[in-house]
Design a protein. Structure first.
Length: 251
């Protein structure tokens, strides 16, 4: 493994951006994917397979256009807390073992492979959680993600991914929900100044599409901006991670 002080991006690119959309929502295949394609962009859609099953053909078409269907589990388990009142206690990550988590993610991968034919993909940590178990049974997801996936989106940490200390099993990302285009553009430009990689988590696009969402007009501006910047590599998370793995740039 070789150490690098900066990423070696494709020729003419000064940095990368990955837009990731969570939870396999109808708005993603109805409006988001077509908008991205109109601007020559591709993204990652983190799909929990119970939601994907409502319209697998629509998701097959999304994947056929070059978007990644990332693994977002079967049941969307999270570490239960007061703000996760919607979570069934059966899917509290505090009760998961490494074997149970791995088995569920492998099963989700099998379903996703039947939809898109891909054998490699990234993982979108549900609720941005990075551990299973609790107390003495706590277990980091990083070695499990490293075993199963090309990369893990990891925690919500509002930090640009840089070559210094890169961890492909827990990359770290920003939220795009409820953000303005101007704030997002400023953040992206700051990341590009360091030659880094900004990863964004977005849920719904527009009120009523999800409890967490970005305003459609702000989203349209963001996509238009990225589509017009030929020196920004806007690509699915798995594609960028595979590019870095080919350089053996990892921690």
């Amino acid at each position: 493994m070789r150490n690098m002080n900066a990423f070696d991006w494709p020729e003419g690119k000064r940095g990368a951006v990955s837009l990731t959309y969570d939870d396999a929502l109808p708005v993603h295949y109805e409006r988001v994917a077509p908008l991205l394609e109109d601007h020559g962009l591709r993204a990652t859609f983190y799909t929990n397979v119970l939601s994907l099953g409502a319209n697998p053909e629509a998701w097959r078409q999304v994947a056929a256009c070059g978007h990644e269907l990332g693994n977002h589990s079967i049941f969307h388990p999270c570490r239960k807390s007061p703000r996760h009142g919607w979570l069934d206690e059966a899917y509290d990550l505090k009760t998961y073992t490494p074997r149970r988590w791995t088995d569920e993610m492998r099963a989700a991968d099998i379903v996703l492979n039947l939809v898109d034919g891909r054998t490699e993909r990234s993982f979108g940590n549900t609720c941005c959680n990075t551990e299973i178990g609790d107390g003495e049974t706590a277990h980091s997801l990083e070695p499990l993600i490293e075993e199963l996936f090309v990369a893990g989106r990891g925690p919500l940490c509002d930090r640009t991914v840089t070559a210094d200390g890169l961890n492909l099993a827990a990359l770290g990302h920003f939220s795009g929900d409820a953000r303005s285009f101007e704030a997002l553009r400023e953040e992206i430009e700051a990341g590009l100044a360091s030659g880094g990689w900004n990863i964004y988590m977005i849920h719904g696009v527009g009120e009523g599409t999800h409890g967490l969402f970005i305003d459609p007009e702000e989203h349209r501006k963001l996509v238009g901006y990225l589509g017009g910047q030929i020196d920004i590599w806007t690509a699915p998370l798995a594609d960028v991670a595979s590019h870095l793995r080919a350089q053996d740039v990892r921690a």
